[in-house]
Design a protein around this ligand. Structure first.
Ligand SMILES: Nc1ncnc2c1ncn2[C@@H]1O[C@H](COP(=O)(O)OP(=O)(O)O)[C@@H](O)[C@H]1O
Ligand SMILES: [Mg+2]
Length: 257
């Protein structure tokens, strides 16, 4: 038996009052894909993620994750632009929250393992304000990975970081993602980030967001250094193609409402 697709959107539209934010969108995300959504500010990217997480219901159409409708708070780890850590808990305590309801017996060990996985070994006893913004965002990723959720949803998680830190986190997320194979949807404005991280990139039109371009990124997912990857001729070609599409799509309205 083949497993169901991880995410299926069928004729999905979402409106806030009389403002249509997204759609209609048809999109199927197979298991293990790292999908990057790129589009101008206000085109409906966050709305799409919230629909996939089950925090919003589509105005029309259906959203499926696996073979059911998404249940809010279940089935998807989320990472936002701000780390949203609880300051009264230690770093390890924040990651443990991800394990909270999962009934994991050897929590301590699992927390250490998750922190080491995002490049933060030995910091679990620290306070969240004792680590840098980039490290806090690593903790947020570890927390999102903690539960064995089928989905990882990331909404511009690196947008508030300085350029160098951002590059480091991109590199580590790429490695972690190749290792876990978790189906992921990552939202960004950055074309470079999209090509670097995605196994597939979808460019959205201006509001209401519709699919303007849907491109497979045929670059190796592992066994290549970030510099080698960025130096590939296909990398430059993809950047240029997606960059053009993003600029064109920003002027393209999804529908003539
Ligand atoms: N809760 C809300 N109520 C009303 N309008 C909203 C709400 N959330 C988003 N919008 C509007 O929907 C559109 C898409 O928003 P959003 O999904 O946040 O876009 P993006 O993440 O691409 O910037 C925007 O025009 C925004 O102003
Ligand atoms: Mg947004």
């Amino acid at each position: 038996m083949s497993s169901p697709d991880a995410i299926t959107l069928t004729g999905v539209e979402h409106a806030y009052g009389d403002v249509t934010a997204v759609g209609p969108i048809d999109l199927t995300v197979p298991e293990g894909e790292f999908l990057v959504l790129v589009g101008a500010s206000g085109c409906g990217k966050s709305t799409l993620l919230r629909l996939i997480a089950g925090f919003e219901q589509p105005t029309t159409g259906t959203v499926r994750t696996g073979d059911t409708a998404p249940v809010p708070g279940r089935g998807a780890g989320m990472v936002f632009q701000q780390p949203r850590l609880l300051p009264w808990k230690t770093v390890g305590g924040n990651v443990e929250l991800g394990l909270g309801y999962a009934g994991v017996a050897d929590r301590r060990e699992r927390v250490e393992e998750l922190l080491a996985g995002v490049g933060l070994p030995g910091v679990s006893k620290r306070r969240t304000w004792q680590i840098s913004g980039g490290q806090q965002q690593r903790v947020a990723i570890a927390r999102a990975l903690a539960v064995d959720n089928p989905l990882l949803l990331l909404d511009e998680p690196f947008a508030a970081l300085d350029a160098l830190t951002r590059e480091r986190l991109q590199e580590d997320l790429r490695r972690v993602s190749a290792a876990t194979g978790r189906t992921s949807v990552f939202v960004t404005h950055s074309v470079d980030e999209a090509v670097f991280l995605g196994s597939r990139v979808v460019v959205l039109t201006a509001r209401p967001g519709r699919i303007a371009l849907d491109l497979r990124i045929d670059l190796p997912r592992s066994g290549i250094t970030p510099d080698e990857l960025r130096g590939r001729p296909e990398y430059a070609a993809l950047r240029s193609e997606i960059g053009h599409a993003v600029r064109a799509a920003a002027h393209l309205e999804g529908s003539p409402t």
